[in-house]
Design a protein around this ligand. Sequence first.
Ligand code: ATP
Ligand code: MG
Length: 397
Amino acid sequence: MKTVYLIKYAEIGVKGKNRYVFEDALIRCIQTALDRVIADTYVVHRSQGRIYVDVPDDHSPDAFADEETEALKKVFGIAGICPVLCLSDTGFDDLADAAVDYMKKNYGEGEHTFKVFARRARKNYPMDSPEICMELGGRILDECSNLSVDVHEPQIELNVEIRENIFIYSRIIPGLGGMPIGTGGKAMLLLSGGIDSPVAGYSIARRGVSLEAVYFHAPPYTSERARQKVVDLAAKISVYTGPIRLHVINFTDIQMAIYEKCPHDELTIIMRRYMMRIAERLATDAGCLGLVTGESIGQVASQTMQSLLCTNEVCSLPVYRPLIAFDKQDIVDISERIDTFETSILPYEDCCTIFVAKHPVTKPNPVTIRRHEKHLADCIDELVEQALARDEIITVK
Ligand code: ATP
Ligand code: MG
């Protein structure tokens, strides 16, 4: 008798002929997540269209600790995690004893209703599914006076599957859903120290997209602490995504040039256009298929639809904005859930706040912006090349 974990997955089940690609990716992601937290070797494998995690033989049936369950709860692509009691088939009486023990141990206290669901994947088993349900249900009722049967809305669904071995389980721990990392290509996340962009990165990664990230800093106007905060945020997201290559771009000279030569009410929007241009260069070099930002319509002046039009027009790669229609509170809720909130609200300046105008334009005109950017013509190409040449890459995990 031992414990295995049955991994239920949702959407990857409907991928037709590509299904094995998704399953392989999910197996890899599960293995990596478990390797991160434990020294033991847990074997992750596929059998008869399902994914299982085997617990090492020397563990007691309850040995799958919270730590491992927590690790699985951070793997995209998992819909549910079922702790399964696995027995060899030594006859129906032994199965019935094990089922009764299981119910006593897990639901021994209080009143509960239950129903047995039996599945006979191995057809040479001497009883059919309805017979197994009837017999097991009867035995459990005889031995557990606190339990009663409800076939319509049972509180406990006791699953019994007759395969090579016999599986007993009743609990489904919800997973994150989404798709396994890496099955959706790669994107470049513009990661600032705020609340939004880490949530944007997490949200797109949940669809199977792996991430690189870029942070623009402006020393000495932004501090080492502000930079470290972004590294820490990347580390928090990497719990879900795996290692992230973070590009740190020194933006000071570009920002100073914009400050000196362009109208101050347009500083933010012009600065954002240069961030997008540089991010696109990095993205293309890294094989990314798009950019990702934490923008949301109307949140600040640089995120009105007119402003988004202006920042968008400098890129030819698609710009994904997973939070575009989210309210701030929805974003905060996710950031608390994924544990980036506390880091995001640390009060360190980011490079936008220092150069920010008192009254930024809220409806920038692309033609005017393009005209004003011409004031930078004598220096900007060189400054962009210098910034790219000094790209500092940190692999965060
Ligand atoms: P966030 O909470 O993500 O910082 P925000 O509400 O502060 O967003 P903005 O400062 O207008 O909004 O930035 C919009 C988006 O531009 C951010 O979500 C992020 O994707 C990107 N961005 C802004 N500043 C930087 C920066 N210094 N480095 C990298 N990306 C940035
Ligand atoms: Mg910000």
